[in-house]
Design a protein. Structure first.
Lengths: 317, 527
């Protein structure tokens, strides 16, 4: 088990190197530079050249890369040109809102999806099943920003129950925190819910056909006990994979929803940094996200064993 | 079965109660708002602002976002009144020597910085020197400038050549020569100031990058006694807190201001003007935005031939172009001048017959007379600014209507900025320019400015110099007319019109004004 984890962590290194090279050169070879953004449209070339030199842009690109990568390995991702703080600090500061949003929307998604998915599987072929599948098709096809705008229109503009946009940290109180996050979480969670619901349904259908469920039924077990204790648990592996993957996208792919609802998360950080060509932040954040993704996959793999004892890792040998 | 329905209904009910509770909160709040309409001195002004600030150092950048926030915190020696005339702000008064080479500024006594220290001459000298380093306008117009402390309340500016526009450059809006403590200048790094201490009516409480800038009233602010006008005169912070909330999504800004979450929303899309108008409690306000132009590449390519520039300008119907970009005539005005009509010292409508012609046949003849050889015109464009993009599309149609092939090269804004540095990359681009205190500050006039497009007209250069050396605006007036005429002859740019920015303001907010950016002092909120 431990050996497996260490192995997996080691396989991270080549991935990081490739990502680092790609993101560094992609960022630096894109036209536009932070100096022009900082000094404004009408600054003279002379003034710009001076600042470029001070920021080290006059060095050859590969030298800049080596300097940066050396630092990155030692945990120093450089300082942002605009945020006036180290990139690692910025990353964790912006991760908070994103993580909060991701967790809330994942919880919403899982609850909704499991209920609907199980319901659809149990009532297969009925109107209920088709309705659930219809809703989830809708959830997958409608982009989250559109859902977000409609939610704002209904709950904030018309009913005026919830704020239009913004973010309040948890330190302002859980109620306030949730009040600002509930709409974006629904907008973001809708697609995840749809994906998970579909997977739950099909996975449940497979399991319900197996012999041990038939045995359980013939033993006269309560239908709810069969569904939730026996069927759902063994149907959970593929569902967990979808949840894991979708959690990854929730963390990294919330940029649009974060923009619509004005939440200062990782997505906004990347978008803003690209707009102002804040190279250290773009590079650092992408690297950190890569690490997060790889670690998340590892956690999911380990969780398989917890959920289903049949796939304990040491039995694979 | 029965048990399950019970569970569902309990869940539903609790969800409803939760939402209703949230709703109640808001309802009771807005109820008390409308009851009494007295000014609340402790009010909080919430502003939905569209762009992220890259820096709060006003010396450094021409960026509008920096200008809009920094002017509430910092002040300068001289500033502009509502007629765009220069008036003293931190200076009590100023005098120009007879030879025009020495400016003497008497500083106001007892003016406090936000850190409690008094503003004195050494702060002024340090600040002005820092501003000179990065201000393109300062470098270009204050040749050989030296700021000298005479006594703690007197500063002299020595220059090599007399110039009519020195006070205007010192009153520039961006990058503006804010006076900061000498210690702030000494502590500043490569990318500008690291502490933001000014003398303005508001002080910086907190800057959460990309989220909000929180300003609070500066209680020890010493106001001028002369009447408030434009950026000058008496300033008073009538609200306790100001929040610039960075809201980049335009529909979120509109929704927020219509529900009362924000008191003022900037850069409201023109499509939303009717929605704002029909919403109770919110009003459209129009701010003077500047001028819209097409900039030609005069260094290389087809437009280096004046005849072809004339052909484009002759074919251009300014009104149609402005409607395409700004949707209706609430948002623009047609005018041929480089300066706005209420910039009384600078505006001229000389040669206005060359503006807004829209004569396709005549334009076609000019194309024939030109050296145009069937090349494809490249119009550099960005979708980051909708109006500029729409203007670019109009340009393409205008060119095609007179038999010239044209294509749009569309990039994001930073890429456009980089590509247009090379004359081989483009033939023209649409561009809007913010209002500036003088016409000299339009970057596309002076050949020395090297602004993309590379204007190179000896006559324009000479006129710019002559206007500067005039002894008064009376003497300068014929020269300004002549410059305006020469601009229409040489066509460094083709002017399309004057633009308005749409701002949505809550009816609770009183006294909101604008002059090259928002003015938030003397603004009150009733509650």
């Amino acid at each position: 088990m431990l050996k497996y984890i260490v192995q997996r962590l080691f396989s991270l290194l080549p991935i990081l190197l490739v990502v680092a090279i790609v993101v560094f050169f992609l960022a630096h070879l894109t036209p536009g530079d932070p100096v022009t953004v900082l000094l404004g449209d009408e600054a003279s070339e002379e003034t710009k050249a001076e600042l470029r030199k001070e920021l080290g842009f006059d060095l050859p690109l590969y030298t800049q890369f080596i300097l940066w990568f050396k630092g990155a390995i030692l945990g120093d991702l450089g300082d942002s040109y605009f945020l006036k703080m180290p990139v690692t600090q910025a990353f964790f500061e912006y991760l908070g809102p994103t993580l909060s949003l991701a967790i809330i929307s994942q919880i919403i998604a899982i609850i909704v999806a499991l209920v609907l998915g199980v319901l659809a599987a149990k009532k297969r072929g009925t109107f209920m099943d088709q309705a659930v599948m219809g809703i989830s098709l809708f959830g997958i096809s409608v982009p989250s920003f559109l859902v977000g705008l409609f939610l704002i229109l209904i709950f904030s503009v018309q009913l005026q129950w919830l704020p239009v946009a913004g973010y309040r940290p948890l330190s302002d109180g859980l109620g306030e925190h949730l009040r600002y996050l509930i709409l974006p979480a629904i907008a973001l969670g809708m697609m995840q819910a749809a994906l998970i619901a579909r997977m739950t349904r099909s996975s449940m259908l497979d399991v319900m056909k197996t012999n041990y469920i038939k045995t359980a039924k013939s033993k006269g077990l309560h239908p709810n006990k069969i569904t939730f204790k026996h069927a759902l648990r063994s149907a959970f592996i593929p569902i967990l994979t979808v949840i894991g993957e979708s959690f990854g996208t929730l963390i990294t792919g919330a940029a649009v929803v974060e923009t619509v609802f004005n939440i200062p998360g990782i997505g906004q950080l990347i978008v803003n940094s690209i707009e102002r060509r804040d190279f250290p932040v773009i590079q650092g954040t992408v690297l950190m996200i890569t690490v997060t993704y790889v670690l998340l996959n590892l956690v999911i793999d380990l969780l398989y064993g917890v959920v289903d004892p049949r796939v304990r890792l040491n039995q694979r040998k | 079965m029965k048990k399950r329905t019970k569970l569902i209904s309990v869940l539903l009910l609790s969800a409803l109660l939760f939402l209703a509770a949230c709703g109640n909160n808001e309802a009771s709040k807005s109820g008390s708002d409308s009851k009494e309409a007295t000014i609340n001195k402790d009010a909080e002004l919430n502003i939905a602002y569209p762009t992220n600030l890259q820096t709060l150092d006003p010396h450094l950048t021409t960026n509008q976002s920096t200008r809009d926030v920094a002017r509430q915190i910092f002040e300068q020696l001289l500033t502009l009144n509502e007629n765009y005339e220069v008036v003293p702000m931190l200076a009590e008064s100023y005098k120009v020597s007879d030879d025009g080479l020495t400016y003497t500024f008497k500083l106001r006594q007892g003016v406090k910085f936000h850190n409690g220290e008094e503003m004195k001459a050494d702060d002024v000298v340090a600040s002005m020197e820092k501003w000179m380093k990065t201000s393109t306008q300062g470098k270009a117009n204050l040749s050989g400038a030296q700021f000298v402390e005479v006594d703690p309340y007197t500063v002299e500016l020595h220059i090599d050549k007399p110039s009519l526009i020195v006070p205007f450059v010192l009153a520039d809006a961006a990058p503006f020569p804010a006076i900061v403590p000498k210690e702030s200048v000494e502590a500043a790094g490569d990318t500008g100031l690291t502490e933001y201490i000014g003398t303005g009516p508001f002080k910086l409480e907190e800057w959460k990058v990309d989220q909000h800038i929180h300003l609070t009233r500066f209680d020890e602010y010493v106001a001028r006694e002369d009447e408030s006008s434009g950026l000058g005169g008496k300033k008073e912070a009538l609200v306790k807190d100001v929040y610039f909330r960075i809201v980049t999504d335009e529909s979120t800004r509109v929704s927020g201001v219509t529900t009362g979450q924000y008191d003022i929303a900037f850069e409201v899309p023109f499509d939303s003007a009717d929605q704002i108008e029909s919403t109770d409690g919110v009003t459209n306000v129009f701010d003077e935005g500047g001028i819209a132009t097409y900039v030609f590449n005069k260094k290389s390519g087809p437009f280096s031939d004046l005849k072809l520039r004339e052909a484009f300008n002759t074919a251009l119907n300014a009104e149609e172009a402005m409607i395409a970009a700004y949707s209706d005539d609430r948002f623009y005005t047609l005018d041929s001048g480089l300066a706005l009509p209420n910039q009384v010292n600078w505006h001229s409508d000389a040669a206005k017959e060359k503006y807004n012609i829209g004569d396709i046949e005549k334009a076609k003849k000019l194309v024939e007379e030109s050296s145009y050889n069937g090349e494809e015109i490249v119009i550099l464009a960005t979708k980051d600014y909708t109006d500029q993009y729409n203007l670019a599309v109009v340009a393409q149609q205008v060119l095609e209507s007179i038999g010239i092939k044209a294509k749009l090269d569309v990039y994001d804004w930073p890429t456009v900025q980089e590509r247009r540095v090379d004359p081989n990359n483009f033939d023209m681009f649409a561009m809007t320019f913010a209002v500036r205190p003088t016409i000299h500050q339009n970057p596309f006039l002076d050949s020395k400015a090297e602004y993309p497009g590379w204007t190179n007209s000896e006559k324009i250069d000479q006129l710019l110099v002559d206007i500067k050396s005039a002894s008064s605006f009376e003497d300068a007036k014929p020269l300004i007319d002549e410059l305006q005429t020469e601009v229409w002859n040489y066509l460094p740019v083709a002017k399309v019109g004057n633009i308005q920015d749409l701002v949505a303001v809550s009816d609770d907010v009183k006294g909101y004004k604008n002059l090259i950016g928002p003015i938030l002092w003397n603004v009150s909120k009733s509650e």
